[in-house]
Ligand binder design. Sequence first.
Ligand SMILES: C[S@@+](CC[C@H](N)C(=O)[O-])C[C@H]1O[C@@H](n2cnc3c(N)ncnc32)[C@H](O)[C@@H]1O
Length: 229
Amino acid sequence: MRKEEDHLLKITADGTPTIQSKIYNTEFHSMHGALNESLYVYLDKGLRYYHENNPKKNIKVLEYGFGTGLNALLTADLAHENLIINYHSLELFPLSVDTYLNYSELLWEKSDVPYNKELFNQLHVAEWEKNVSISPHFTLFKQKCDFREFRPESTFDVVFYDAFGPGTQPELWGKDIFERIFQAMSSGGVLTTFCVQGVFRRMLSAVGFEWKKLPGPPGKREMLRVLKP
Ligand SMILES: C[S@@+](CC[C@H](N)C(=O)[O-])C[C@H]1O[C@@H](n2cnc3c(N)ncnc32)[C@H](O)[C@@H]1O
C-alpha cells in the first residue's frame, strides 16, 4: 500500500509544482519547469502536431501515467478549440485526495496558471474504469492498471508516453509495451516522450516506428517524436 508520505511537493523552475515520488526517488516532471515540459513535449510536439497534420475533429489520446493530471488538464483546455478528444489515461498508483488538492493549491495560488481549477478537480474526481464526459469536447477514461498489463482495445491517434525514465523503471521501456502501442496506433499516429536513449530508439525502429529527435523543452537538450508510418 502506498502512503501519503510517499509523495513530496516541489516547485520547479517555471514556478509550477511537481511531485516527487519517494518510492522511485524521482520527480513527475522536469525540475526545469513542469508546465513548460508538459506544454512543449506532449501538447505542442504531440497533440497539436498531430492535429495540424491530420485535420480531423475527433482525436483519441492515450496517456501512460495520469500522475498529477497536468497533461490531462492541458488537453482538456485545448479541446475547447474545435476538437473532440477521447482521453484514455493509465495509472497504477493514483494520488490521494490530499496530495492532488495540495498540488492544485500550489498550481493556482503560487503560479497562477490560466487554466480552470474546477476542470482540474473534475478530472480527479472522475470515476475510474468509466468513460466520463467532462465537457462536450473532452471525455476521460482513467484506467488503474500496470502499463505492462495494458491491452488496448481501440485505436489511438496520439500517445503521451510519460512513464518515469528508463534509469528509474527500465521495465517500462521494453519492446513488449511498444509493440502493443504500435498495434494500437492509427497510421500517422504520433507518440511523444522525453526519452531519447539510443537503445530505446533502436528498439522503436525494430518495432516499425519512425522517430525524430527534436530540441527539448527549456533545460533539456532533446526529446523524441515517434511516428507510426
Ligand atoms: C512521470 S509520472 C506521470 C506524470 C503525469 N503525466 C502528469 O502529468 O503528472 C509517471 C507515472 O507513472 C506511474 N507509474 C509508475 N509505475 C507504473 C506502472 N508500472 N504502471 C502504471 N503506472 C505506473 C506513477 O505513479 C506516475 O504517476
